[in-house]
Design a protein around this ligand. Structure first.
Ligand SMILES: O=C(O)C1=C[C@@H](OP(=O)(O)O)[C@@H](O)[C@H](O)C1
Ligand SMILES: C=C(OP(=O)(O)O)C(=O)O
Length: 448
């Protein structure tokens, strides 16, 4: 598959379908709005998988209805689970670590969370499965995770020429537990995956991190949720060593919080138009790292209210640049920042995000190609970019089959006439309702 060709098989019935192009009209004045954001992808897929493993019934509310969640639910159903979805509510009969269907194909879609967490959860049970993802997911790294699961007792045979990616054949009679050393430098999801499975190992699992974890906050989200479902864990704030007891999970009622990553596009809309956007259903206290994007916006001259009901961003007359920022801990917002950067009064250096080359697209390449096509000067390094000020030209852009590329490009369209985005349906991975939400805050978004 070429980088720009969409894998439409990975779009679910919940996706935005049959749309070829999105065109965003720059608004006449500042965007002024209050908005409610849909459920978090990260919380949705963790809650689905933990509830599936657990003993007893769980009822989840605030489900994100997106492709990532859909394929996670479908995979659980293929494994024989009863998963009942009613709007934003889900009822799951947990299997207490024993998967009813012990054979067959498990399809993860394009979701890194499903691919990494479900593969691990499967390994903790017993069965013989063929696990594969979307075309892009089958290229994304899995090596550190697969090696850790093998060290804990799973039998994994790669089903392509690459030993470190999906598809794989996974044969297992359960994880024996013990110590395992892992790198967190490529993806925090490898660590979260082993953690999620660990309560169903036959003995405690101790994980030692040999280097550092990109986006450590997501591992905290994992640990918090595991504890809420009854897991017993020892871990310090630095997460260099973690130990999980073999106690299983208990089903429960669980409320999924709103998605901080999705919220950022709406705050960015305020930043770019000198407007005001309040996300009503998120608190700065969330563990989701992307909430801290508002601090980057404050550095650019925005006024941020984090203490009221929700979080509000007010944009300045002129965005400020002239700084270097590590986006390592909130790297899903690298694209958003890079596409705001041309509108700042001085260059912005984004550093320490090499790992985003392995996300839904090579995101650093997508930033550079997009901005250059629009006439903006940008320098690419292995682990980041420098974006220079300028007025981007309205052109036709590829969305790289990457939801965050498309959503961040759409926000740029608030200041660029005649900007169009190909295959905007890729937003469905985490936010099929993205263009409806844009309309809700007063943006004219045309989909054809
Ligand atoms: O655990 C999670 O829910 C996530 C972890 C991060 O991935 P990496 O650690 O692979 O960068 C993040 O980019 C992704 O959107 C969600
Ligand atoms: C990297 C992302 O997703 P995932 O790794 O969960 O597929 C993302 O949502 O930006």
């Amino acid at each position: 598959m070429s980088e720009h060709e969409a894998d439409l098989q990975a779009r679910s019935p919940w996706a935005l379908h049959d749309v070829k192009t999105a065109t965003i009209e720059p608004p006449d004045g500042p965007i002024e709005a209050d908005v409610l954001i849909p459920g978090s992808k990260s919380f949705t897929n963790r809650a689905l998988i933990v509830a599936a493993l657990a003993q007893g019934t769980s009822r989840l509310s605030g489900l994100l209805r997106s492709d990532d969640a859909y394929w996670c639910i479908e995979a659980l159903r293929a494994l024989g689970l009863s998963v009942d979805v009613d709007g934003e509510f889900v009822t799951i009969q947990g299997v207490d670590g024993i998967w009813p269907n012990t054979q067959g194909r498990v399809y993860t879609g394009a979701g890194g969370t499903t691919a990494r967490f479900l593969t691990s959860a499967l390994a903790a049970g017993a069965g013989d499965w063929f696990v594969e993802g979307s075309k892009r997911m089958n290229e994304r790294p899995m090596g550190v995770l697969l090696t850790a699961l093998q060290a804990l007792g799973a039998d994994i045979t790669p089903q392509s020429e690459r030993p470190d990616t999906l598809p794989i054949r996974l044969k297992t009679t359960g994880l024996h537990g013990g110590r395992v050393q892992m790198s967190g430098a490529v993806s925090s999801q490898f660590i979260s995956g082993v953690l999620i499975a660990a309560p169903y190992a036959k003995a405690p699992v101790a994980i030692e991190i040999v280097d550092h974890i990109v986006q450590r906050a997501y591992v905290h989200i994992t640990l918090d949720m595991m504890r809420e479902f009854g897991a017993v864990i020892e871990a310090d704030e630095s997460l260099s060593a973690m130990r999980v007891a073999a106690t299983g999970y208990k089903g429960r009622e669980y409320e999924i919080e709103a998605d901080a990553s999705t919220a950022c596009y709406f705050w960015a809309a305020a930043a770019l138009t000198g407007g005001r956007v309040r996300v009503q259903n998120l608190s700065y206290q969330t563990r989701q790292p992307d909430v801290r994007f508002v601090d980057v916006l404050a550095r650019m001259g925005c006024v941020v209210d984090k203490d009221g009901h929700g979080i509000e961003v007010r944009g300045p007359k002129q965005l400020q640049g002239g700084f270097t920022v590590s986006m390592k801990e909130m790297s899903d917002q690298t694209l958003t920042l890079a596409f705001l950067a041309p509108f700042a009064d001085a260059p912005i250096d984004i550093i320490e995000v090499e790992h985003i080359r392995h996300h839904e697209s090579d995101r650093l390449a997508a930033i550079c190609e997009t901005l250059r096509k629009m006439g903006i000067r940008v320098e690419e390094r292995a682990d980041g970019v420098t974006v220079y000020p300028g007025q981007p030209q309205g052109v036709r852009l590829s969305s790289y089959d990457d939801h965050r590329v498309a959503m961040a490009q759409a926000i740029m369209g608030l200041r660029v006439a005649n900007l169009s985005i190909d295959d905007p349906g890729c937003v469905s991975k985490t936010c099929p309702m993205f263009f409806d939400k844009l309309r809700e805050i007063g943006v004219n978004a045309h989909l054809v």
